[in-house]
Write a protein that binds this ligand. Structure first.
Ligand SMILES: Cc1cc2nc3c(=O)[nH]c(=O)nc-3n(C[C@H](O)[C@H](O)[C@H](O)COP(=O)(O)O)c2cc1C
Length: 347
C-alpha cells in the first residue's frame, strides 16, 4: 500500500479517529523513508550542535505523547517536536475538537492539550531511539496553580532525553496561556530551565513558540526581550484565532486554533518582522501553512533557519516532505544557490 492510498483513506475518516489511527499505523508497521535517492547535501545544516539533514521538521501536536517519533524520523523528517506534554494527565476539551477545512487546506483544533501526562511521556521518550533531532514541547495543565512549576517539572524529568525544549505559551486552547507571552511571565521559566540545565550539566537549546495573534507592539517588545535571554530561538508561529481566509466554511465559527494555508501569510510576515529585530542572533523556526517548495523558500528568505509543518502532512501524507524538498532544490538551482544558508534572510 502506498502512502498516497493510506492518506486518502485516513482523510475519509472523522478527523480525530484518523489521527489516532495514523499513530497506531506508525506504531505497527515499518515505515519507508521518503528521501530515498534524494540528494539533500545543499540543504543540510549543523546548528547549535544539532545536525539537520534538511530544513523540514514536524511541528508539535502530532506526536503529543511521544509514541512514534522514531518512526517519524525514519519516515524522513529532519527533526520532530513531540508534545505538548503536561505534567499531569488531562483529557483536554470535549469532542469534537478537530475540524478539517479541506477546501482551504486548513484545520481548526481545540484539543486543549490532551496529554497522558509526564510519566507516560518520559517512559516513551527514553525507550525509543532518536533517529533525528527530537525536541520536546512543554505545556501546562489547565488547572495548574503555578504555570512556571508546570514547565519546570516537565523540564526536570525530560532534560536527559530531549535535544531541545520549546516553551509553549501560545496555544489558544488553554485559558490564559497566551496572556503569559510577556517578559515578566516568561523570564522565570527561562531562568528555571537554565538552572536545571546547569545543575544537570546538560546544555539544552530553548525555543519560545509564539502566537501570530499578538499586536505588533507586543511582538516587538517580546522579540527585543528574547534577544537578551539565554535562549536559542523562536518558533513562529502557533495557530491563529483569526478566521481570515475561511469565511463561509462550515466550520469557520468553531472555536480553536486555525492552521494551514490561511495561516501562511500572517505567520511569514511575523517571521520577517522578527527577523529584522533579532537578525542572526537568534535561530528562527518558520511554521504555518507550508505546503510547497515555494512556501518553504519564502519562509527561508524571510529569515527562518528551519521549518516545521503539520497541516500539509495531514492532507498530503509523508510524501509532502519529498515534494517540498524537490521544489526547494529546483528554486535554489533557478537562483544559482547551492547552499541553503545563502537563502536564509535574503528578503
Ligand atoms: C491538530 C493540531 C494539534 C496541535 N497541537 C499543538 C500542540 O500540542 N502544541 C503546539 O505547540 N502546537 C500545536 N499545534 C500547532 C502546530 O504545531 C503548528 O504550529 C501549526 O499547526 C501551524 O503549522 P501548519 O500550518 O503547518 O499546520 C497543533 C496543530 C494542529 C493542527
Amino acid at each position: 500500500v502506498t502512502y498516497k492510498c493510506v492518506t486518502a483513506i485516513l482523510n475519509q475518516l472523522p478527523p480525530e479517529i484518523a489521527h489516532d489511527l495514523s499513530i497506531k499505523l506508525l506504531r505497527t508497521f515499518p515505515v519507508k523513508n521518503v528521501l530515498a535517492n534524494l540528494d539533500v547535501s545543499g540543504l543540510s545544516q549543523s546548528l547549535m550542535g544539532m545536525d539537520f539533514i534538511h530544513p523540514i521538521g514536524l511541528a508539535a501536536g502530532f506526536d503529543k505523547q511521544a509514541e512514534v517519533f522514531d518512526q517519524l524520523g525514519k519516515l524522513g523528517f529532519s527533526f520532530l517536536e513531540v508534545g505538548s506534554v503536561t505534567p499531569k494527565p488531562q483529557f483536554g476539551n470535549p469532542r469534537p475538537r478537530l475540524f478539517r477545512l479541506p477546501k482551504q487546506q486548513a484545520i481548526i483544533n481545540r484539543y486543549g492539550f490532551n496529554s497522558k501526562g509526564l510519566s507516560y511521556f518520559a517512559k516513551h521518550l527514553q525507550k525509543y531511539q532518536h533517529t533525528c533531532v527530537v525536541g520536546v514541547n512543554l505545556g501546562k495543565n489547565k488547572d495548574s496553580v503555578n504555570y512556571c512549576d508546570d514547565f519546570l517539572q516537565s523540564a526536570e524529568v525530560l532534560i536527559e532525553n530531549a535535544d531541545y525544549f520549546t516553551i509553549n505559551l501560545s496555544s489558544p486552547n488553554t485559558p490564559g496561556l497566551r496572556e503569559l507571552q510577556h517578559p515578566e511571565a516568561i523570564k522565570p521559566v527561562i531562568d528555571g530551565i537554565a538552572e536545571i540545565s546547569l545543575r544537570k550539566e546538560k546544555k539544552i537549546p530553548i525555543f519560545i513558540k509564539i502566537s501570530p495573534d499578538m499586536t505588533i507592539k507586543q511582538e516587538t517588545t517580546l522579540a527585543e526581550f528574547l534577544l537578551e535571554q539565554p535562549i536559542t530561538g523562536i518558533i513562529i508561529s502557533n495557530t491563529t484565532v483569526a478566521r481570515n481566509g475561511v469565511e463561509g466554511s462550515r466550520y469557520a465559527n468553531e472555536q480553536g486554533g486555525l492552521s494551514g494555508q490561511p495561516l501562511k501569510t500572517p505567520s511569514t510576515e511575523m517571521l520577517r518582522r522578527i527577523y529584522r529585530i533579532v537578525s542572526k542572533r537568534l535561530m528562527l523556526i518558520g511554521c504555518g501553512g507550508i505546503n510547497s517548495g515555494q512556501d518553504a523558500y519564502e519562509k527561508l528568505r524571510a529569515g527562518a533557519d528551519l521549518l516545521q509543518i503539520y497541516t500539509a502532512f495531514v492532507y498530503e501524507g509523508p510524501l509532502v516532505i519529498r515534494k517540498i524538498l524537490l521544489e526547494l532544490k529546483s528554486l535554489m538551482a533557478r537562483d544559482g544557490v547551492t547552499n541553503i544558508r545563502e537563502v536564509i534572510g535574503e528578503k
